[in-house]
Structures are given as structure tokens and as C-alpha cells.
Design a protein around this ligand. Structure first.
Ligand code: GDP
Ligand code: MG
Length: 271
């Protein structure tokens, strides 16, 4: 039966569950999530620690629904906000049916990868898929050395997969192997819902991404964005009024720039 949505309950064999994306900052968790969902639900930047909260991306197919928890990444906390981010990251573990331990296989494991592996092992008995990302950047002569080094971090992992989030390589296989570990269960969200964030929250994250991209602010998490107004105009364009909050006055002047040039760059491209 192709269209079972008109039916009550769950189709036979339907699987569903929560998948936590764990990994140190910058390994490509947000990129992976965006590629799997093919929409931009979480911001990506080359600066670490851009993801601040747990964002659920929802993948719905006829036979399964996977709810992804994107985490800020485990790192050494330097201050209170850092501590809150670590708590949010480890907090996702017990909720998850499957853990994706995402690493950058083009580099050797770092201290933070080790901390992440330890947090996963202490936090859950659930299956872990070691997700070796950035295979496009891995020179052939380092394949064995690097993969073995990551396997050692998580000796009791359930399986592993070599992927490239950016190139979309092996992502279908990854989704398939996630599904194998999911319990049978119903859809938790409507099929067309891809996130539990509000539109405003997504817009605020998109503005924050532009700020981080275009400025050279050394502390990315010193920036917060609140959206005051978000309206669709008759022309079909969107009108967004947002406040950008920073920690220090010096950052304010960087953001505004000479005669407002930087602010202009952060704003949308004008036709
Ligand atoms: P997160 O902090 O783990 O969420 O990492 P992001 O998704 O923000 O990605 C960090 C950086 O790695 C960005 O510059 C991405 O474009 C880059 N990146 C992510 N996945 C890949 C990949 O498969 N290959 C390469 N070469 N770069 C990637
Ligand atoms: Mg991220």
C-alpha cells in the first residue's frame, strides 16, 4: 500500500527513532545533517562551535522516520557557555537509539575525539556507527593508519562507514545502516516537517552564519541573533528585522564596519 498515511496507525515494519550526531567541532556534523535532509536546517561554518543547541532534523521516508539530534560538539570548556554546550552535547546521548560518532578521517584523532569517544561509552549502551567523514580529503596512504586509530577509540562500536558529507558520498548507505538499528515504531512528526525549530529560529541562525562568515570575529559564540520581525511581502520577498548582539563594544565596531560597510555585507545580496 503506497499511501498508508491515510490509514490509521503505523504501517507494518515502520521504524523510527532518535540519532545523535556526536563529534568534536568542525568534523562536519551540520554538513552531514543538511546533506541528508537536503535543506539548510543547521548552520555550517569553518569556525568551530557554531552549533549551539540541539537541533532536530527529521528524515521521513515511507518505511522510516529518523530524528537527528545535532550537538554542539564536545570540547574543553573554557567558560560557562562552553560548559552549557558540552552538557547539551552529552545530554543527547541517553535519548538516542543510535549514535553517529562523526570524525574527520583526514586527520589523526585528537584529544577532543578521545573525550567524545569516552563520553559516548559512558553515556550509552546503544549502537554506535563510527562515521569517518571527509574521505575526499584522505590521502590513500593514510587510510589504514587513520581508520585504525579511530577504531581503537571505540572498540565496541557497532559498525563503521566512510563518507564524504560535502560530496554526498555513501550517505544513502549510512541512512540504511542507521535504519537497521532503529526499533519498529510510529512516525513522531508529520512527513513534511524537517525540523522542530520555528521559522524565526532558522532565520536567526542564518543571520548568525552570515555574521560569522563575513566578519573575523575571533569568538564566534560572542554573537547572538534575535529576530524581531519576519514577514513575507506581497512581492514574495521576505522582510527580516534582526538584532545582532555582541559581548563587547570593540566587536560592535567590527560588525558595523567603516560607514556601515560590514553591516551591508552581512545583509542579503540586493538584486
Ligand atoms: P560541525 O562543527 O561538526 O557541525 O562541522 P560543519 O558541518 O560546520 O563543517 C565544518 C567544516 O568542514 C566546513 O567548512 C565544512 O564545509 C567542512 N566539511 C564538512 N564535511 C566535509 C567533507 O566531507 N569533506 C570536506 N573536504 N570538508 C567537509
Ligand atoms: Mg555544527
Amino acid at each position: 500500500m503506497a499511501n498508508w498515511e491515510s490509514l490509521e496507525g503505523t504501517p507494518p515494519g515502520h521504524r523510527s527513532g532518535f540519532v545523535a550526531l556526536m563529534g568534536r567541532p568542525n568534523v562536519g556534523k551540520s554538513t552531514l545533517l543538511n546533506q541528508i535532509l537536503r535543506q539548510k536546517v543547521t548552520i555550517v561554518s569553518s569556525k568551530p562551535q557554531t552549533t549551539r543547541t540541539r537541533i532536530a532534523g527529521i528524515l521521513t521516508r515511507d518505511d522510516m522516520q529518523i530524528i537527528f539530534l545535532d550537538t554542539p560538539g564536545i570540547h574543553r570548556p573554557h567558560h560557562q557557555l562552553g560548559q552549557a554546550m558540552v552538557t547539551a552535547a552529552t545530554g543527547a546521548i541517553p535519548d538516542a537509539d543510535v549514535i553517529l560518532f562523526v570524525v574527520d578521517v583526514s586527520q589523526r584523532p585528537s584529544e577532543e575525539d578521545l573525550m567524545t569517544a569516552r563520553a559516548i561509552r559512558q553515556g550509552t549502551q546503544r549502537p554506535v556507527i563510527l562515521t569517518l567523514n571527509k574521505m575526499d580529503k584522505l590521502p590513500p596512504e593514510l587510510v589504514t593508519e587513520h581508520t585504525e586509530a579511530y577504531w581503537e577509540l571505540i572498540p565496541d562500536h557497532a559498525s563503521w562507514m566512510m563518507i564524504s558529507a560535502i560530496k554526498g558520498e555513501n550517505l544513502d548507505k549510512l541512512v540504511k545502516s542507521i535504519a537497521e538499528y532503529l526499533p519498529e515504531g510510529p512516525r513522531f512528526y508529520p512527513h513534511d516537517q524537517i525540523t522542530d525549530q520555528t521559522e524565526r529560529a532558522i532565520v536567526a541562525e542564518l543571520v548568525r552564519e552570515q555574521v560569522l562568515r563575513k566578519t573575523r570575529l575571533e569568538v564566534p559564540h560572542a554573537v547572538a541573533v534575535t529576530v524581531e520581525e519576519f514577514k513575507e511581502r506581497d512581492s514574495g520577498a521576505f522582510y527580516i528585522l534582526a538584532n545582532i548582539h555582541v559581548e563587547r563594544n570593540s566587536q560592535k565596531s567590527i560588525l558595523i564596519g567603516k560607514r556601515g560597510q560590514m553591516l551591508h555585507k552581512i545583509g542579503p545580496d540586493r538584486p
